[in-house]
Design a protein around this ligand. Structure first.
Ligand SMILES: Nc1ncnc2c1ncn2[C@@H]1O[C@H](COP(=O)(O)OP(=O)(O)OP(=O)(O)O)[C@@H](O)[C@H]1O
Length: 271
């Protein structure tokens, strides 16, 4: 059997670890399962914050599917390191991003390292990146609430809390519960729930079609007594924008408004 390729590492000069300094707030964006739009939410939250004058970093901790660089139009960039530490990649949205995607030889390279190597890579992201006084670092977590997510969440010092992304179906109640249990296991506050893919607005007649139902997010928030942060509709343009390296909030007024209202709630921390 072929051996997995060695883990690529970036080597900052010895003794220069920044130990995750220079970050005021860290927010973990997670989901109870894959494919619910966690990365889409993380990227657009980061872009919205940056467009309102905040200094923002984004860690793409989804080692198996590092999509954030592509979504931000920087998939061909490489990270560098100097005597300050690992330097995240700058994007045109003012969000500095670090991702396993920058370390892989091509977009379709599969990451097949075992747990210890993954852990090491993420530890580097957290301890050795020069964040340069960020107001917020958004951590796009691996999907689900398994070991990988747990390990990463434990590596983050003093996170503010977790934002949970769910879809509107009834099963979302179970996914929300899993994520809430995860947060309480880690003694991290749940900042709130976001319902994504909530109703498709017909581009022809303007009517909303509830493809996956709506309201599951609000129901889950009520049931588990956590804050409901907002509902993001199913917008086909999100898929094309992501594929083209464009942040959807930069291209759609309605989404801009929705994300801004979510960011305001995250910032004020009140009901
Ligand atoms: N509100 C939305 N409207 C339309 N498409 C969306 C929406 N949210 C996400 N998508 C699309 O759904 C797909 C999955 O989204 P995304 O990669 O953000 O999910 P994820 O939860 O991070 O997935 P993974 O489990 O692979 O990490 C992508 O093609 C994305 O463009």
């Amino acid at each position: 059997m072929n051996k997995p390729p060695p883990a690529p590492t970036i080597t900052p000069p010895p003794g220069k670890s920044t130990k995750y300094k220079g970050v005021k707030h860290t927010i973990l964006v997670m989901s109870g399962k894959g494919g619910v739009g966690k990365s889409t939410v993380a990227v657009n939250l980061a872009v919205t914050m940056a467009s309102h004058g905040l200094r923002v970093g984004l860690i793409d901790a989804d080692i198996n599917g590092p999509d954030d660089p592509k979504m931000l139009g920087v998939s061909n960039e490489k990270v560098d390191a100097d005597d300050r530490g690992i330097i995240p990649v700058k994007t045109r949205y003012g969000v500095d991003v670090i991702s396993m995607g920058f370390l892989l030889p091509s977009e379709d390279t599969a990451v097949i390292w075992r747990g210890a190597l993954r852990h090491k890579a993420l530890q580097q992201f957290l301890e050795e990146v020069f964040w340069d006084n960020k107001d917020y670092v958004i951590l796009d977590m691996p999907p689900g609430t398994g070991d990988e997510a747990l390990t990463i969440a434990q590596l983050v010092p003093d996170a503010d809390g977790i934002v949970i992304v769910i879809t509107p179906q009834e099963v979302a109640l179970i996914d929300a519960k899993k994520a809430i249990n995860f947060a309480s296991q880690l003694k991290l506050p749940v900042i709130g729930l976001i319902e994504n893919m909530s109703g498709l607005v017909c581009p022809h007649c303007g009517e909303t079609i509830d493809v996956f139902k709506t309201g599951g997010g609000e129901e889950a928030a009520k049931k588990y007594n956590v804050r409901f942060l907002g509902r993001i509709p199913l917008v086909p343009q999100i898929v094309t924008d992501s594929d083209n390296g464009v942040a959807a909030v930069d291209n759609n007024e309605k989404l801009k408004e929705i994300f801004l209202s979510i960011v305001d709630k995250i910032k004020d921390g009140k009901q």
